[in-house]
Design a protein around this ligand. Structure first.
Ligand SMILES: C[S@@+](CC[C@H](N)C(=O)[O-])C[C@H]1O[C@@H](n2cnc3c(N)ncnc32)[C@H](O)[C@@H]1O
Length: 285
C-alpha cells in the first residue's frame, strides 16, 4: 500500500528539482541573449497547476507573468476549485484537491530547498499568475523580453493563434524557448503507462497504441501535431535559432510497427520532444 504513495512523493520531489534545473538552464540562455538581464519581463505560457517554474524564475528576474487557461498557483481559493469543477468535473477535481492537501506542501518545500541550493536565494513567490488563453494574450505589443513554455504547445488547440500572439508581444531582440512533446513519439499519446518508455515500459498498453489501434484512449486533449506542423506554424513569424531533440523508445520500435505506420518516419516515432529557440523575424524578411 505504501509503495505507490512513496513513488508518487518521489516523483513530485523529482519534478521540483526538474523545475529548478530548467530555470537554471533558462537563466544561462537569457543572460547570453538579453543584455538587460535580469531587468527583464518573462512570460511563461501554460504554467500548470503548481506554477513552479515561474515561482523560481520570479526570484531571479524583475518580472514574471505566468499564464494558463486554468487557474493555478500555490494558494488555491474557493474560486479555483469552482473553476476546476466546471472544467474537469467532480472526480478530477476531487483528485486534485487530494493531491493539493497531501503532497503540494512537500513539493513547494522541496522547490524552495532546491532553489536555495542552486541559486542561493529564497523563493519570493512574486510571479504574476493570470488565467489567460495563449491564443488571446491580454498583454501589450512588444511588452515581453522572453517567453518560456514547457509541455504546453501539444495541448493548445489554436497553435497558429498562439504563435501570432507570441510574435505580437515579444519585443525585437527577444526570444521564445518552447519545449514541445511530440505526438508521434511513444509517450506522445500521453498515456500514463508510457510516461517513461525506456525505464518503465507498459506491460498493458501496446507501444504506439495512440497511432495504431487506439484501444487505450486518454482524456488529456492533445492536438496530434508533428514537428513539421509546428515548424510550419512558427517559421513565417520566427527564425528558428536552435532546435534540440530528445529521443526515446529505440528498443520498442520494430519492423512490424514501422510497416503499420507508413506515414511516419523512424525519426518521427523516436523523437520525444524538441526544444526550440525562436527569435521574432524582422518585418519584411
Ligand atoms: C502538461 S501541463 C504543463 C504545465 C507546466 N508547463 C509544467 O511543465 O508543469 C499543460 C498546461 O497547458 C495549459 N494549456 C493548455 N492549453 C492552453 C492554452 N490555450 N492557453 C494557456 N494554457 C494552456 C493547461 O491548462 C496545462 O496547465
Amino acid at each position: 500500500m505504501w509503495a505507490p504513495i512513496r513513488r508518487h512523493l518521489d516523483s513530485r520531489r523529482a519534478m521540483a528539482d526538474h523545475y529548478v534545473n530548467e530555470a537554471a538552464r533558462f537563466v544561462e540562455r537569457a543572460r547570453a541573449r538579453l543584455p538587460n538581464f535580469p531587468a527583464v519581463r518573462i512570460l511563461e505560457i501554460g504554467c500548470g497547476q503548481t506554477c513552479a517554474w515561474a515561482l523560481v524564475m520570479s526570484t531571479l528576474v524583475d518580472v514574471v507573468i505566468a499564464i494558463d487557461s486554468e487557474p493555478g498557483g500555490p494558494r488555491r481559493s474557493l474560486r479555483h476549485w469552482r473553476r476546476s469543477l466546471a472544467i474537469h468535473g467532480g472526480l478530477a477535481t476531487a483528485k486534485r484537491m487530494l493531491r493539493h492537501a497531501t503532497s503540494d506542501r512537500g513539493f513547494y518545500r522541496r522547490l524552495a530547498l532546491s532553489a536555495q541550493e542552486r541559486f542561493g536565494t529564497r523563493l519570493s513567490g512574486r510571479a504574476d499568475v493570470r488565467e489567460m488563453d495563449a491564443s488571446a494574450l491580454a498583454l501589450a505589443d512588444h511588452s515581453i523580453d522572453t517567453i518560456y513554455s514547457e509541455a504546453v504547445f501539444e495541448h493548445i488547440a489554436d497553435v497558429a493563434g498562439a504563435a501570432r500572439e507570441m510574435a505580437r508581444v515579444l519585443r525585437p531582440g527577444g526570444f521564445a524557448e518552447l519545449v514541445i512533446h511530440l505526438y508521434p513519439s511513444l509517450s506522445g499519446g500521453h498515456h500514463p503507462d508510457w510516461q517513461a518508455p525506456d525505464t518503465a515500459p507498459s506491460r498493458r498498453v501496446p507501444p504506439w497504441d495512440h497511432l495504431l489501434d487506439r484501444r487505450f484512449p486518454v482524456a488529456d486533449f492533445c492536438n496530434g501535431w508533428r514537428e513539421s506542423d509546428y515548424l510550419a506554424a512558427f517559421t513565417p513569424l520566427f527564425v528558428v535559432a536552435a532546435n534540440d531533440a530528445l529521443f526515446e523508445g529505440e528498443g520498442r520500435l520494430d519492423e512490424d510497427i514501422l510497416r503499420r505506420l507508413p506515414g511516419y518516419s523512424r525519426q518521427d516515432l523516436l523523437k520525444r520532444a524538441i526544444r526550440l529557440i525562436l527569435t521574432p523575424r524582422p518585418a519584411g524578411v
